[in-house]
Design a protein around this ligand. Structure first.
Ligand code: FES
Ligand code: FES
Length: 162
């Protein structure tokens, strides 16, 4: 089938089988390798992308669902100031980063802060992070990073702390 969609702000068209996984299209047809091919069962989150403004696991999205959709991968998000906030916050919180889970970790953190720019509940942040598996970092450190990112973003946008 022929599919048209927007990928990292560019209109693209491809021919593919209806059941091809989005993760495979991104990596094999567009050479976008920020999203990783991990469990392929929706469990680890390393294949995450922003799909129609929501973070989804691209291993669970068959090609026929992407017609007319808007997709942003880690590569596209990496060109934004919001991405820079996250990298700075991870560093400020001392989070070690092998990079394997970046798509899931970074895009999920962005979703948390988009919903609530000044998160206060560690429990709520932990619950939001449950969909990703990071083998390098304890969940509590990721929570600390989210709080640090919130501070950095508030300072960048408004000149004050979260
Ligand atoms: S590869 Fe998609 S959730 Fe693990
Ligand atoms: S930073 Fe290594 S798996 Fe998350």
């Amino acid at each position: 089938m022929t599919l048209g969609f927007t990928l990292n702000h560019e209109n693209v068209t491809i021919q593919t089988a209806a059941d091809t996984r989005l993760i495979d299209l991104l990596r094999e047809r567009f050479s976008l390798t920020g999203a990783k091919s991990g469990c392929l069962t929706g469990d680890c989150g390393v294949c995450s992308v922003i799909f129609n403004r929501m973070v989804v696991k691209s291993c669970l999205i068959p090609a026929f669902r992407i017609q007319n959709s808007t997709i942003i991968t880690l590569e596209g998000f990496a060109k934004t100031d919001d991405y820079t906030d996250i990298i700075q916050g991870l560093s400020a919180a001392g989070v070690l980063n092998c990079g394997y889970c970046d798509s899931g970790k970074i895009l999920t953190m962005e979703t948390i802060l988009a919903k609530k720019p000044r998160p206060s509940s560690r429990k709520d942040i932990l619950a939001e992070l449950r969909g990703i598996r990071c083998r390098c970092t304890e969940p509590e450190s990721l929570v600390a990073a989210v709080l640090a990112i919130a501070d950095i973003r508030q300072r960048r946008l408004y000149g004050r702390r979260a």
